[in-house]
Unconditional design. Structure first.
Length: 352
């Protein structure tokens, strides 16, 4: 019996004792390099392009990707006002539970606009800055850029949750004493006001707005939509036709381009008029390639398209509404790839 117990103890002991490996033990891996001492600052003035600035606060030269289109935004909605206490019929004061905040909104340019090719070496103490219209990033989420919203900005690419970091990197040191970085984070900031729309005009009891924001691969795919709405308490008649739609385009470089429709306005035909009841709408979508000069959409980026429609007088219907109606707000159009570069000059160090 004692022999069996001793044998069992020996087997148990051998099962937990380490077995000598056939290969030598691995050497301790070197400690990870410290992150680069680099700072991202985003200045977001009301109604203007945002300024992006990267500064090298360390002692090692850093090669950065100097492209503001790499900016990624996380937008937290403004805090909701506290619930208002109410009094029941029994005279008891009750307060409803506070609503849960909505999920954060993420804004970023499409992958076709995010490249790692535009680089610049920042010496110690050097900095780079450029501007970007946040609507280029938040194309169909511009309504989230409201007063009181908290914005967290990051420049670069989101690192993986697990595993090793892989290219592309937004920061690559020119020496071996600091690590590479996938992204640079900025301190959160609060928006002071909502993004203001471009104000249009109307001389008839009609409102107009541009179509939904959209992103197109190339400029030849661009079109614009105008939607008329009768804001009067009574019905009205208009001679609205797609060939009477014009547009004004503001390019990424701030140029105003007039895109005209048909030079010859067709004589109004009564059978083609539209009767709009109160709150009734009329809309038309026209390709911008047929309206605008050929080089209008050569540069990738954000375009503001302000469509308008000319409503001619109808001789047979003297009560028909006539005039020019301009969309407000405009349509946001993002062109991802162009025949010309997004930037008109290479990156440069910011002046001290």
């Amino acid at each position: 019996m004692r022999t069996r117990v001793a044998l069992a103890s020996l087997l148990l002991l051998s099962s937990v004792m380490p077995v000598a490996a056939g290969k030598p033990a691995k050497k301790d891996e070197p400690p990870p390099l410290p992150p680069p001492d680099v700072k991202l600052v985003v200045d977001a003035p009301s109604g203007k392009a945002w300024r992006v600035e990267v500064q090298n606060n360390g002692t090692t030269p850093l090669r950065i990707v100097a492209d503001p289109r790499l900016l990624r935004l996380t937008i937290a909605a403004p805090p909701a006002p506290p619930p208002t206490p109410t009094t029941t019929k029994a005279g008891k004061t009750v307060t409803a539970k506070a609503k849960k905040p909505p999920p954060d909104t993420e804004c970023a340019a499409p992958a076709s606009m995010r490249s790692d090719q535009r680089t610049l070496v920042l010496p110690p103490g050097g900095k780079w800055s450029d501007t970007i219209d946040p609507r280029l990033l938040c194309l169909d989420r511009v309504d989230k850029l409201v007063e009181g919203a908290t914005v967290t900005a990051r420049l670069g690419w989101a690192p993986p949750k697990v595993g090793n970091l892989k290219a592309p990197f937004v920061v690559i040191p020119e020496g071996g004493d600091v690590a590479m970085a996938k992204e640079i984070g900025a301190a959160p900031f609060t928006l002071e006001s909502a993004w203001p729309p471009v104000i249009g005009s109307a001389t008839v009891p009609l409102s107009a707005k541009g179509g939904a924001s959209r992103s197109v691969a190339v400029g030849t795919d661009a079109d614009t939509t105008i939607i008329l709405k009768n804001t009067a308490p009574k019905a009205g008649t208009v001679y609205a036709r797609p060939q009477l739609v014009d547009a004004r385009v503001i390019t990424p470089r701030g140029q105003n381009v007039v895109c005209g429709g048909s030079i010859l306005v067709p004589a109004p035909i009564v059978d083609f008029t539209t009767r709009l009841p109160p709150n009734g709408t009329w809309s038309a979508t026209v390709p911008l390639a047929k309206l605008c000069p050929p080089s209008t959409f050569d540069v990738p980026g954000l375009y503001l398209v302000i469509p308008s429609v000319h409503l001619p007088k109808v001789p047979q219907l003297p009560d028909a509404w006539s005039g020019d109606v301009v969309a407000d707000p405009p349509q946001l159009l993002r062109v991802e790839v162009g025949t010309k570069p997004f930037f008109d000059s290479p990156p440069a160090l910011a002046k001290p």
